[in-house]
Design a protein around this ligand. Structure first.
Ligand SMILES: *Cc1c(COP(=O)(O)O)cnc(C)c1O
Length: 464
């Protein structure tokens, strides 16, 4: 029999471990040396025991088993991929979301989850300065956000051509031209595949030297376009941080009536920055849909992202579902705007991020991360044998060590083993590069300086 005491004890022990984890984040080696066999053994690899364990003992075992295999990913010196941490308010809200355990699929299941999503949606449209009448869905990641947006796009461009794709599918449908930049994120190609477009059919539009789609190339590609067209733009190249000039792309799309989608997984937050960066993101409101993560730059715990569609009818037609027992209402039913039915109430943590930061706090978060990225670039570029490969316009820095790919790869491996910070690698314009992404609210100038020192220490060891 479970009684209230079991919950109290489980929450207390989980809270204790969570607090210890958070407190240790700045000091533990960012990446552990993992003994895979020991890790599996600690989780009890083998047959599931016949007898259960009480909650406290289970959580104790989980915490002890997981610890050696955890990365200090929400910590201030994790610069791999594009990964945010968590704010006190978003972590707290996420814990409550689990405790409340609301199914946010339907309004009738949780008016509170629906209201939090409604309010957060309106705040997000304000922060991004996107059409206030746009519809918003709360999903797991930018991948599913783009899936949602591009499903709406598919619905709308085919409806315009007189085809009901929801009823009749794609077989026999008018051909849809899909265009994406040379530097589109891999998830966009994945999503196009899921939506039945196929990767090989996607027309690739040339990028400039920073990886932004060239508006003149898009203009030429659409010169004599007839019929349904979808264009996938990007705000925030995963390597360079480059923002497509969406205003120019919207101009190039205008005569064809193309649906313009923006993958703004992290770069859409440039819309919330100060005037200079905001100017670079001008015109973004002219697109038809936008995908943006909350778990990256907004520092909401995984997983959390937002799909925004200018035409709510197209959004709902693509994502809504009906069944006799599902009592849909005029109020927000989460499942009308997302590819899920039963859903975690992700809006609570987004609401908490926006409320705790406020408009100024969001601007400050974005600006601070960009300034720290420039600090990385300035210090590294000043060192012998080190080159910064990109224009540091956002929170991303690409670094090259020495004159061979091997040098750079050896430095990345040495930095990962050193444990001061964590960075990954990439290939940019055919050359190996270290990727630095500053996406965590907790990162300070001291964290950057300590990380640069570790990188240069590793570089000197590799160069000798
Ligand atoms: C991270 C990222 C994605 C994918 O987002 P998920 O949250 O991992 O689904 C898509 N596009 C860009 C530009 C990204 O940086």
């Amino acid at each position: 029999m479970t009684d209230a005491h079991d919950y109290d004890a489980a929450l207390e022990i989980a809270g204790k471990h969570a607090a210890a984890w958070n407190a240790a984040l700045p000091d533990r080696p960012v990446a552990p040396v993992v003994d895979e066999a020991a890790l599996h053994a600690a989780f009890g690899a083998g047959a599931l025991p016949d007898d259960g364990l009480d909650a406290v003992a289970t959580i104790e075992q989980l915490a002890a088993a997981a610890d050696p295999g955890l990365l200090a990913q929400p910590g201030p010196r994790y610069f791999g991929f594009v990964i945010g941490g968590h704010l006190p308010a978003t972590l707290g809200a996420d814990v409550l979301t689990s405790a409340w355990d609301q199914n946010a699929g339907l309004h009738v299941m949780s008016p509170a989850a629906a209201a939090a999503e409604d309010v957060a949606a309106q705040w997000l449209l304000d922060v991004f300065d996107l059409p206030r009448t746009a519809s918003v869905g709360f999903v797991t990641g930018a991948t599913m956000a783009s899936f949602t947006c591009l499903a709406a796009a598919r619905n709308a461009v085919l409806a315009q051509a007189g085809w009901d794709v929801e009823a009749n599918g794609l077989i026999g449908a008018p051909a849809v031209r899909v265009l994406a930049g040379e530097e589109a994120h891999s998830s966009v190609h994945y999503v196009l595949r899921l939506l039945g477009f196929g990767t090989a059919r996607t027309e690739i539009v040339a990028s400039d030297d920073q990886g932004a789609m060239r508006a003149d190339a898009l203009h030429d590609a659409l010169a004599d376009a007839r019929g349904p067209v979808i264009v996938c733009a990007q705000s925030g190249n995963v390597n360079t941080g480059a923002l497509d000039d969406v205003a120019a792309l919207a101009d190039a799309c205008a005569s064809s009536g193309a649906w313009l989608h923006v993958d703004g997984a992290f770069g859409l937050w440039a819309r919330a920055a100060g005037p200079e960066l905001r100017a670079r993101a001008a015109g973004m409101e002219r697109a038809q849909s936008w995908a943006v993560d909350a778990h990256k730059w907004l520092n909401v715990p995984y997983d959390n992202a937002i799909a925004i569609v200018a035409d709510p009818a197209a959004h709902r037609a693509a994502m809504g579902q009906a069944a006799a027992y599902l009592v849909a209402s005029e109020r927000r039913d989460g499942f009308d705007w997302t590819p899920e039915s039963s859903r975690r109430a992700r809006g609570f943590a987004v609401w908490a991020a926006l409320r705790s930061l406020g408009r100024h706090g969001i601007t400050d978060l974005v600006e601070r991360c960009c300034a720290l990225a420039r600090r990385f670039a300035e210090q590294l570029a000043a060192a012998d044998g080190v080159a910064v490969l990109n224009d540091v316009v956002l929170n991303q820095v690409l670094v090259r060590f020495g004159d061979s790919d091997e040098h750079t790869r050896a430095v990345i491996a040495a930095v990962q083993a050193d444990g001061t910070c964590w960075v990954g690698g990439t290939v940019w314009r055919g050359r190996a590069a270290m990727r630095i992404s500053v996406s965590n609210h907790a990162t300070t100038e001291d964290d950057v300086d300590a990380s640069v020192a570790a990188m240069l220490r590793c570089w000197r060891a590799v160069a000798d």
